[in-house]
Design a protein around this ligand. Structure first.
Ligand code: F6R
Length: 268
């Protein structure tokens, strides 16, 4: 796991965008795994800016989002489909036919959505780079604490904490879903590379458990310790609970000089 601690949230988003850009330069038809949420929003803004400045193109890219709420229509502004269209897809040159979310149509059996989504990912050749955020309780996607580390895309019930954390985005009169369809932990682990972004003090506890705690289903993000190519981008506040900080900073300097010499994408 490569842990990179940056000055602030803006630098986290800019560095994330740079890494996505590096991948698309070598693999313009990459399959991206995407996430929603406030942390990713800053990254999408950076990517949109790069697209507007002709530094990056998504024309050949296809994408699979981590999750989607169950029980709200795709055209509901609160759906993750609407979030992705509004904040990212409608502002870049991606072909929207190639953008996927684990959406359950009205009347469709939600239990069937997961296996079909897994199949689509396989048919696309697997995910090259999966973007991930982390919940204050250590969730990735909507894999809440106690989720099986071997889980696949399926229906999950949000914890009360996640429901409460997300309530800031819903008005009092709006329906807020308690269920979602999420990629499983094993689905996320199948991605060839994983890029996790975390900013803000409320993530410090989850980040320290993920990086320095035991691998446990009670902190789903800790499973990333078992993945060969994970980069974690943190701002100072999200990194504030880490004990081994000095080593991560030292390693980052060594990796940067290696990259300059040998032009490797990144080292894990
Ligand atoms: C969203 C998702 C979630 C978020 C996490 C952090 O698609 O999968 O796991 O990444 O809840 O959300 P923010 O960035 O809003 O704190």
């Amino acid at each position: 796991m490569e842990v990179i601690i940056l000055k602030n949230a803006e630098k986290v988003a800019a560095t994330g965008a740079k890494l996505v850009g590096e991948l698309l330069r070598v693999r313009p038809a990459a399959v991206l795994g995407l996430a929603t949420g406030s942390t990713q929003l800053a990254l999408y803004q950076q990517l949109v800016e790069r697209y507007r400045n002709n530094k990056i193109s998504f024309r050949q890219v296809s994408s699979f989002n981590l999750d989607e709420y169950l029980g709200i229509a795709a055209d509901n502004p609160q759906s993750y489909r609407a979030f992705m269209d509004r904040e990212f897809f409608d502002q870049i040159d991606i072909d929207k036919q190639n953008t996927h979310l684990p959406y359950c149509e009205e009347g469709q059996n939600p239990i069937l959505v997961g296996p079909a989504y897994e199949q689509k990912i396989i048919e696309a050749g697997g995910i090259d780079l999966q973007l991930v955020g982390i919940g204050a309780n250590g969730h990735i996607g909507f894999n809440e604490p106690s989720s099986s580390l071997g889980s696949r895309t399926r229906v999950k019930t949000l914890t009360r904490q996640t429901f409460k954390d997300n309530s800031r985005l819903f008005s009092k009169t709006e329906f807020q879903p308690k269920l979602a369809i999420t990629m499983g932990i094993a689905t996320i682990m199948d991605a060839r590379k994983i890029l996790l972004l975390a900013t803000g003090e409320n993530k410090a506890g989850a980040v320290s458990k993920m990086v320095e705690g035991p691998v446990s289903a009670m902190c789903p993000a800790s499973v990333l310790q078992m993945h060969q190519h994970v980069t974690v981008l943190l701002d100072e506040t999200a990194a504030s609970g880490l004990k081994n900080r000095e080593y991560y900073d030292w390693t980052y300097l060594q990796n940067e000089s290696l990259k300059k010499r040998f032009r490797v994408f990144h080292d894990d």
